[in-house]
Design a protein around this ligand. Structure first.
Ligand SMILES: Cc1cc2nc3c(=O)[nH]c(=O)nc-3n(C[C@H](O)[C@H](O)[C@H](O)COP(=O)(O)O)c2cc1C
Length: 418
């Protein structure tokens, strides 16, 4: 029997031939394909395989063959299929990355590394998705046409769009050790720069803790180091390194105090007092921000400490299960602080449409994590740029469709909660 994937229409499977790419031996019937099998092109499960007539099958087979021989255009799907291979068992590189119950990253890992998923059962990761998707964009098209103006300043840098790369790290622990950690940072830094924006770089326990800031220095300061909330003395040294690297800003992911990987590596990470935040802010001459804010109280403490930005985030749901989604808390934080302190936000931002919603909920800049991590792994800077370009073109379209001429128009009036 012959089948094609009804989701992507780019995968063909013939039972008598099997498929070496997905380890199916010749003669494996549809019923015998394991339940965790995924389409190597789009990541959907075997339930998407449908019987195909001769003509449909041979058309689809030739698309699949082209891809397998590496003659496929280097588009986002191409890089996703490479990432899927690199992240086997960790991430299905699905076309919808929502941390949902049907995804391999969902569910408890019982002490094993969480890969691309979330803490505990992964419900906070998924909540980021459901909370953001509970907002809908409103169409406004009867008005004079205007090419959307979408550039924005952040930390003294002019960004081509209100989008940046979230700080990520941990290739060894979370990404099957697929590439060296420094190449992962280089990919996001280069891709962001060539797309006209900026990347943050994370801080992991299994490489020297200043690797990220050294990569930022190598990139001529075109990147923002974000350090774990380590002991204060070390953090102050790392802040000075960031300033010396000519980084436009430096941050701490305060919620990194919940990092299992750092505790396991016996590298202390801890909560920080407002006094310590003030000391960090005063220790360098570049803007300082704090990431991991999910409550009014923490937002107020960060603002009172003199930070240049409040970064609303729950670390992609990786540090606290059963937490709120970012879109659950962003509107109230923004109501109090918008216009007084820069507001950054991330959490299941996947498209330009999502970016526009995050802006409408009160952020100045939206940041993207997992999709860009996959791009950096699979294709370095070129792939990261490709994804950011795609987000930018969707954002342009979203602004046209919602009547936004510039980012000032992207207020609460363009969305509704359903
Ligand atoms: C694999 C992985 C590693 C991460 N490492 C860090 C890190 O080192 N520092 C940090 O501040 N945040 C880290 N994060 C969180 C991201 O900065 C960001 O908050 C989150 O990924 C946003 O959600 P999204 O992935 O759904 O877009 C990491 C996230 C992932 C998925």
């Amino acid at each position: 029997m012959r089948f094609i994937c009804s989701y992507c229409h780019a995968y063909a499977y013939e039972e008598s031939k099997g498929d070496p790419t997905t380890s199916l031996l010749p003669g494996t019937t549809l019923a015998q394909i394991p339940d965790d099998w995924r389409c190597p092109i789009c990541g959907k499960g075997k339930e998407y395989l449908i019987g195909a007539d001769d003509q449909t099958f041979s058309q689809t087979e030739s698309i699949y063959e082209t891809r397998r021989k590496g003659q496929a255009p280097k588009d986002i799907d191409y890089y996703r299929s490479i990432a899927r291979e690199m992240l086997k068992g960790v991430c299905g590189a699905y076309s919808v990355c929502d941390g949902g119950p049907d995804k391999i990253c969902y569910g408890q890992k019982f002490g094993k590394p969480i890969g691309f998923g979330g803490a505990g059962q992964g419900t906070t990761f998924h909540r980021n998705w459901t909370s953001l998707q509970s907002y809908r964009l409103l169409t406004r098209i009867v008005k004079p046409h205007h090419e959307p103006e979408m550039s924005r300043s952040l930390f003294g840098q002019r960004l081509a769009m209100p989008v940046a790369v979230a700080s990520m790290s941990g290739v060894k622990n979370s990404m099957n050790a697929a590439i060296p950690e420094e190449d992962f940072y280089r990919g996001v830094l280069k891709g962001a720069r060539s797309a006209g924006t900026i990347a943050m770089v994370g801080n992991t326990a299994d490489v020297p803790d200043d690797l990220g800031v050294r990569c930022v220095a190598e990139a001529g300061g075109q990147g923002v180091p974000v350090f774990k909330p380590q002991v204060q003395e070390r953090l102050l040294q790392l802040f000075r390194e960031a300033e010396a690297a000519k980084a436009p800003a430096v941050g701490v992911d305060l919620d990194g105090c919940g990092s299992v990987a750092w505790s396991r590596a016996k590298k202390p990470v801890c909560r920080k007092t407002e006094k310590e935040l003030k000391e960090l802010v005063g220790s360098v001459g570049i803007p300082v921000f704090f990431k991991g804010v999910m409550s009014m109280e923490d937002a107020a403490a960060v603002a009172d400490a003199g930070a240049s930005a409040i970064y609303v985030s729950n670390h992609g749901g990786r540090v606290l299960d059963s937490g709120l989604g970012v879109a659950d808390v962003l509107p109230s934080i923004s109501k109090e602080f918008h216009g007084k302190v820069v507001i950054l936000a991330d959490g299941c931002v996947r498209t330009g449409y999502d970016v526009l919603k995050v802006l409408a909920l009160g952020a100045d800049v939206a940041l993207i994590g997992r999709p860009l991590a996959r791009m950096s792994l699979a294709g370095g800077g070129d792939a990261v740029k490709l994804y950011l370009d795609y987000v930018k073109s969707d954002l342009r379209m979203a602004m046209i469709m919602t009547g936004c001429n510039d980012l000032k128009d992207a207020g609460p009036g363009i969305i509704t909660k359903v």
